[in-house]
Structures are given as structure tokens and as C-alpha cells.
Design a protein around this ligand. Structure first.
Ligand SMILES: O=C(O)[C@H](O)[C@@H](O)[C@H](O)[C@H](O)COP(=O)(O)O
Length: 286
């Protein structure tokens, strides 16, 4: 596991701009790596997140170096996804497509087959609305039936993603560059604190899991698991905002003790690189 590095920028805008430059250069370097046998890497696999960790994507094509990237060898995955219809503005994949991927696919640089989305919710809108209401019902029977339906669909979506990961990357899949964000409660991907009734961060026998009743809306999600994330070659966190200062201190303290389920980001890591990008106002409690 790589030693944690912390880079602190004066403000979030500079963190995002620097993140975009670093993303382009890192992709270029990974694609240009010479392997021990002297050959070139066949592919680079990147996992994206939603929220501010996705914002650097919108600046990538303004970097002149981006024209040197062979996007045909880059594959995109997600650390987590909201289980909503594919065209919902809540979809992390849709956000990444609007920020970068659509342009790359449109001009033929990135094959659509290199974009590995987590399955969306394909139920009719009226059924989604009904089951969402039922999941919050005061009637325990109604609530339990809704949870059973949602949990089965979420697990199927998680297993389908696991199958795609192992088909593409083998039985012990490794992501080359894992890009994460940290929530104000210390969550990452869709792995939420124990006090919110969530223990998915402790799941060790899966590559992906379904998450319902997420404390961050929308409530239904699929997430990569902590062990898969921790064996990424390079892991980056983008964490900015005064409201995250308290959690960041707990995450770093928890990480130094091997992980704290109350601050799930404390379980993250990277094999060759583990870097946190943050801002002055966010690190005041470290
Ligand atoms: O699907 C999601 O909601 C994200 O993947 C989530 O894990 C996000 O990265 C954090 O909540 C931080 O979001 P911000 O950086 O926007 O605060």
C-alpha cells in the first residue's frame, strides 16, 4: 500500500484545474509505460466518481496534451452509480459523458465499448415512484416488500458489474486509476458510515454491492467495495469544502488505525500511489 500523500491547494477551482492536468499527464504516462518485457501497456482502466471528483473531466480536452492520448486503450468504469433511469441527471455516467466521454466517442477517439456503465433502473417510471414511496411506508409489510424488490435488483446490477469486471480484467480485477470524492460524512463511492445503518464498507467477499436507503440522495445505488478500491494502482481523492474538515481529520486518524467504519474513506488506498487533493479550508483540523 502506498504512503498517503496530501496536496493542499488554496481553493477548489485550482484543485479541479490541477486535477484535470494531472489526469491527462497520468493517462499519457500510463499509456506510455514500458512493461518489464519491453512491450507497451495494452490498456488503462480508470474508475470515476460523481460529484466534484468528476469536475476535472470537463477541462481535459482544453489541455493540449490530451491530443496525444490514445483513448482507444482507455476504459472507463465507475466507483459507484445511482440506481436510476439511464437518462436521469442523477447518473454519474451521464455526467461524465456530458463532461468528456460524448465528445471522445463522437469524434471516434473512444470506442463506446470502452465505457463500462453500472446498470440503470429500467423499471417504468410509475413503478419506480410506487416502490420509492412504499420503501418509506409506515406499514412494515409494504416497506419490506419494497426493500425486497429493490435489494434484488441492486444485487443483480452489482453482480452484472462484477461479471463485467472479471470478464475484462480477470478474477482479481485491478483498476489503474481510481478517482474518488469524499462526502461530508466521510463516505466514498457509495460506502456510507456505520451510524447511518450501513456496513457495506466491511464487505470483503464481493467486488460490487447494492446499497439501499442511502443517506445521500438518490437512495438506491451500486458501489465498488473497499477491497477492490484499495488494490487500485493509483487512487486519488478530491475533497474540498469547510464542511468536510471534521470528517477528513477522522478519516486520516481512522486510516492510521486500519480503517474506521464510521468514516468509510479511511479504508481507501492505492498500491503505487495514494494521493488526497484538498484545499486550505478543508485541512484546518488535521
Ligand atoms: O455517487 C456519488 O454521490 C459520488 O460518487 C459520491 O461518492 C461523491 O464522490 C461524494 O459524495 C462527494 O461528492 P462531492 O465531491 O460532490 O461533495
Amino acid at each position: 500500500m502506498a504512503t498517503r500523500t496530501l496536496i493542499v491547494y488554496p481553493d477548489k477551482d485550482l484543485m479541479i484545474q490541477a486535477g484535470a492536468r494531472r489526469f491527462v499527464l497520468t493517462l499519457l504516462d500510463l499509456l506510455s509505460e514500458r512493461l518489464p518485457d519491453g512491450g507497451a501497456r495494452k490498456r488503462v482502466d480508470v474508475a470515476l466518481s460523481g460529484g466534484s471528483a468528476a469536475q476535472p473531466l470537463g477541462l481535459v480536452l482544453s489541455d493540449p496534451l490530451a491530443t496525444a492520448i490514445d483513448w482507444s486503450r482507455v476504459h472507463f468504469w465507475w466507483s459507484d452509480e445511482r440506481f436510476v433511469p439511464a437518462d436521469s441527471t442523477d447518473r454519474n455516467a451521464l455526467e461524465a459523458r456530458h463532461l468528456l466521454l460524448d465528445d471522445l466517442v463522437a469524434d471516434g477517439r473512444l470506442p463506446e465499448a470502452n465505457i463500462h456503465e453500472i446498470a440503470p433502473d429500467v423499471r417504468p417510471a410509475e413503478e419506480i415512484a410506487k416502490v420509492t414511496a412504499d420503501a418509506e411506508s409506515v406499514d412494515e409489510f409494504v416497506r419490506s416488500a419494497a426493500d425486497t424488490e429493490n435489494d434484488a435488483l441492486l444485487d443483480a446490477a452489482a453482480r452484472a458489474y462484477e461479471d463485467e469486471l472479471t470478464k475484462e480484467l480477470g478474477p482479481e480485477p485491478v483498476i489503474d486509476l481510481m478517482i474518488l470524492g469524499m462526502g461530508p460524512d466521510g463516505h466514498y463511492a457509495s460506502l456510507f458510515p456505520a451510524s447511518s445503518g450501513h456496513h457495506e464498507v466491511l464487505v470483503s467477499d464481493r467486488l460490487a454491492v447494492g446499497v439501499s436507503h442511502s443517506p445521500k440522495m438518490p437512495p438506491l445505488r451500486v458501489s465498488l467495495t473497499a477491497p477492490l478500491i484499495a488494490r487500485s494502482r493509483r487512487t486519488w481523492f478530491f475533497a474540498a469544502g469547510a464542511g468536510k474538515a471534521e470528517s477528513l481529520a477522522h478519516v486520516f486518524a481512522g486510516a492510521d488505525k486500519g480503517g474506521d467504519p464510521e468514516y468509510p474513506s479511511s479504508f481507501a488506498g492505492g498500491v503505487d500511489e495514494f494521493t488526497w487533493f484538498s484545499t486550505e479550508e478543508t485541512v484546518v483540523k488535521l
